[in-house]
Write a protein that binds this ligand. Structure first.
Ligand code: SF4
Length: 468
């Protein structure tokens, strides 16, 4: 099918990571402010099937090792297609791009991050046109409802800028659709297993009030996808019996998680970041992270480039969160979930949120309960755990009510994290500084080539004794 493309195309290449040292160039990514990918359903007469356009420099004109602004617009037509399906097909861009040997596609929507490897470049992968050919061929062959498709790549920042706000408005209008519908109102949730190539035990459970972790698939999108492609990666989950309405635990979700994770995940509590939390793949838009010193949660989004209040950047915490695991206190989430009435409901919702970046707070401000808006600090007011603690006390943040019972909570949480008979260690018990995080080792085996134990000698300047 792809004889003229100089690299292999196939499922086997999904999950390939391209490190900076091995990249020819980068398209989009954290260093580029405006980037996006969009699928639009159009009238058939407005589409030239198979047409691929590149607005801006193609690969040979992009300097090696650089990051280039990037946007992908896929326009499709076919009887029976409507705009409901656009969000779901955008995730197919992610999937199909990753079939290309030597090409990596991460994230979604306004966060896309692609890399071409040096090997692919050396093999003759010299045009974005090849990616367009793969997208058109796979979309039309795997989803027969799509009768025609054309693809436009933008690498000129001026042309991307012209379309950027429109793309954001389209994402917002899709997200707004699901607001107002509650989990209790439906009998069926949807699951998505698209990210299992990266995180084999991960399945997103998409409910009206818990958007997919990547922020790209709503409950309506899930319903549309399961209808047009019932054997595809998005499927219906019968809710079954509600076991715990506060935690958001449903028998149908547990059964589905068990089946799809090959027995690895047996319980999922949809509204908790601590008790059998939803798994996290690697595409999450943000992380809710527990800060044990104040018994509250910080929230950080992917676009925040600085360190958070616990001294760790998003990228470091993403490593601790991803992989399809259930990590108590490190929870991958979408931005839209921050607008949900079920957001961290099991932990107390926004009453437990103690920090978030200024830019994120601006985005979701109207969804934070009014009485809490001023008592949740950002990097503009606090930059360390000590400052955070003082701020929360001074502003009488509701999280303070949890401080007196912290010891009880710690005991409970170790039990809830599912440790069974295995011992649980925390940094507090080890000779490391916690730096604002708690790490629970569950069934862990640690191997070290060498262990060095030595006394910590105090530096002269630390002793505060200038006379010595
Ligand atoms: S993050 Fe979830 S919903 Fe999004 S593509 Fe991955 S599995 Fe599917």
């Amino acid at each position: 099918m792809f004889e003229e493309i100089p690299v292999e195309i196939g499922l086997v290449h999904e999950g390939e990571r391209i490190r900076k040292s091995n990249m020819h160039c980068e398209l989009g990514g954290p260093g580029i402010k405006e980037k996006f990918e969009l699928v639009r359903v159009c009238q058939a007469e407005t589409i030239v099937h198979g047409k691929i356009s590149i607005i801006g420099p193609d690969l040979p004109d992009i300097p090696a090792s650089s990051s280039q602004p990037f946007a992908i617009l896929v326009e499709i037509a076919g009887e029976g297609l409507d705009s409901d399906i656009e969000g779901v097909l955008e995730r197919r861009i992610h999937e199909y791009c990753n079939y290309i040997q030597g090409f990596m596609h991460l994230n979604q929507r306004y966060d896309i991050w692609c890399r071409l490897s040096t090997q692919a470049w050396n093999k003759g992968f010299r045009t974005l046109r090849y990616i367009g050919e793969v997208l058109i061929a796979l979309l039309c062959s795997e989803l027969p409802l799509i009768k025609s498709a054309q693809v436009t790549f933008f690498t000129d920042p001026v042309e991307i800028h012209k379309r950027y706000d429109d793309a954001l408005a389209i994402y917002e209008s899709r997200d707004a659709r699901a607001r107002g519908l509650h989990d209790e109102d439906v009998d069926v949730f949807y699951g998505c297993a698209l990210c299992q190539s990266f995180a084999p035990t991960h399945v997103c459970v998409i409910t009206p009030e818990r958007y997919a972790n990547c922020g790209a698939i709503s409950w309506f999108d899930g319903r549309a996808a399961a209808r047009i492609d019932p054997k595809g990666p998005i499927f219906a989950i019968e809710k079954g019996v509600c076991i715990d309405p506060v935690l958001g635990e449903y028998s149908g979700v547990n059964e589905s998680a068990r089946d799809r994770s090959m027995g690895e995940v047996t319980r999922v509590c949809l509204y908790s970041a601590y008790t059998w939390p939803h798994t996290s793949c690697g595409c999450f838009e943000g992380i809710a992270f527990f800060i044990p010193e104040v018994e509250g949660y910080g929230i950080v989004h992917r676009g925040f480039q600085e360190v958070t209040v616990n001294g760790l950047p998003f990228s470091t915490m993403a490593d601790s969160t991803a992989g399809g695991r259930q990590v108590a206190g490190f929870h991958g989430i979408s931005i839209e979930y921050l607008r949900s009435g079920k957001f961290l409901a099991a932990e107390g919702g926004y009453a437990r949120v103690v920090w978030m970046p200024e830019s994120l707070k601006e985005k979701i401000y109207s969804f934070i309960p009014a009485e809490l808006c001023d008592v949740i600090p950002t990097e503009a007011s606090v930059t360390s755990i000590n400052e955070l603690r003082e701020f929360l006390k001074k502003n009488n943040h509701p999280v303070i009510q949890y401080w007196n019972s912290s010891e009880i909570n710690n005991n409970e949480s170790e039990e809830r994290a599912g440790s069974g008979n295995n011992p649980v260690f925390t940094f507090k018990e080890l000779p490391f500084t916690g730096n604002g995080i708690k790490i629970t080792l569950k069934n862990a085996k640690i191997y070290a080539e060498k262990v060095i134990i030595e006394p910590v000698r105090q530096k002269r300047s630390d002793k505060g004794d200038n006379h010595e």
